[in-house]
Design a protein around this ligand. Sequence first.
Ligand SMILES: Nc1nc2c(ncn2[C@@H]2O[C@H](COP(=O)(O)OP(=O)(O)OP(=O)(O)O)[C@@H](O)[C@H]2O)c(=O)[nH]1
Length: 606
Amino acid sequence: MSGHHRIKNIDYDDDEVYSDNEEDGYGDEQEGAEYTAEDKDNFATLTPVVRAELEEAGIAVLDAEIQDALWNYYWDVAKSVGYLKNAKAPKQQQPKNGGGVSTGVKKEKPKSKFDEAAERSAAASGTGKSAASSKQAKSTGLESKTKNLKIEEATPSQPPQPKVKSKGLDVPRLYAESISKRKASAAFVVIGHVDHGKSTLMGRLLLDTGAVAQRDIDKFQKQAAEIGKSSFALAWVMDTGSDERERGVTVDIAQHHFGTEAADFTILDAPGHRDFVPNMIGGASMADVAVLVVDANQLESGMKGQTREHILLARAVGIKKVIVAVNKMDAATLPPWSEEAFGRVKLEVGKFLSEIGIDVGEVAFVPCSGLNGENVVKAISSSQKEASWVSKGYRTLLHELEAYIPPPAPEEQVKRPLRMQVADVFRGGIQNPLSVSGRISAGNVQVGDAAVIQPSGESATIKAIDVADEARDWAVAGQLCTLHLADVEAQHLRAGDLLCSAKSPVRPTRDFTVNVSAAESILPQSVDLHVGRLHAEGRIAALIAILSDDGKEVVRRKPRIVKEKQRARLRVELGEALPIEEGTVVVLRSAGGTVASGVVAGDGAT
Ligand SMILES: Nc1nc2c(ncn2[C@@H]2O[C@H](COP(=O)(O)OP(=O)(O)OP(=O)(O)O)[C@@H](O)[C@H]2O)c(=O)[nH]1
């Protein structure tokens, strides 16, 4: 259904029921209202319940505001909480960064026609009642009080959502037609040892591409200076400039967007726990490129186990391109911008990467300073004589990112049944009570489509689609998007679930065969299975065969052991049935290290 239809169907003045101004947005009709003893009793009982809910979400409200909401929602605790969360959210959701940065989906977006209309219908069914019906409903207050307390234990109920109709678009055709006009896009993760300057470099990319305003950095700078850490101002854009954090919502994989004339980019970041391996795998499994940040002055720590592991994992989940940002070239110990020092770093990092099995010929090296913004977005100034070698031999980080744009998804991939792993789940908005973000790995989706979420088997309708924070009618394989869901039971939904086309969902399986390359020697053993954001316990139940180096031929059946760097086919059993199918990329880990990674060849029967 288009936004147009919705607007036409609504014939009241929305200012009556939904005001932008929170202070006087509701409650006008109660001016001078006299509450009965029963009303007062309800207020006394329910106000603390609503307050507790809101405090949990980090939202401060006045008693009067809670009472107005309870009054308007006829003592329905869940609806009052839902309403206040939304009414209070915009203030806290004000972009801290001049509107350019988006972290995940919870930033208040410019409302699309669709959203406005949905919001109005939601408001119509919630607060837009006449005073007469309001009085009638209030008289049953005590009954509903107990009922609502029960509802509130489960997922807060929302005003009924309008049914969503499909426009019946031929998405593969629209996609094929749009390819030539499409702006290129890519997503990347940033890897590197603590303190080597990851956050600063990302903040710099956002600032110098105009995604963040200088005045916001200045504000961070002031705050940072107060605690004697002014050099952290840029990093704070990533670490504290997240709207989710301000609202107390945890996001495991945040998205920050920036664009150039040539392409749009998404930084996938795990705020707060960037190095936590399950999150790292989740972010990397949605990325095209990994940027490895190495402090030119701290080479040794830069090559340690953790970085090795992260690069390995990035490769294991299919990242093809690695860009090495040799950072802090401005710092004194090199001396600053020393070509020779850079050469040493390049050599060492190159060796380290080739040991991991990365073709160094394909790796781009970028000498830069995130802190000063040299050779990140802007080329280094020609007045810096000691750095004249940089522009002769090396591109900026942004140019290197632009140079590796993955090709658009082939048509046959777009025609396959929809698969999108849920990276994060967002609950609680009035217009969009339940949304999921992720990257579509196969197929296509359009507003109105029916979906099934595995392993729970819940069904859902796609109510709206956002790509890079813009509302769209459809999206295809390769795109990072947020799907707003309707007609869905929220309880079972979690990060790591697989959203599938309802016509052809994945059947959850308890065992599968997988062709892997071994990161260490393998015996039948218990393992942690990672599939993007999904992790679960399992065991390598059988070593089926050693494969040739290209993975195509069986070299030996039923080996007793698979040695490091060998390729092999394994059978993996799981404690629970999970949505895994042929082609799924899996990582097997044990005792904090990666054992093997590969691609599922079939379910247990194969
Ligand atoms: N001289 C110099 N210092 C830098 C540069 N980039 C970052 N720094 C400083 O290095 C320190 C660490 O920077 P961060 O960006 O927080 O490093 P990080 O890798 O994100 O660290 P974690 O988030 O803890 O993993 C800060 O004091 C930065 O100001 C640079 O290009 N030159």
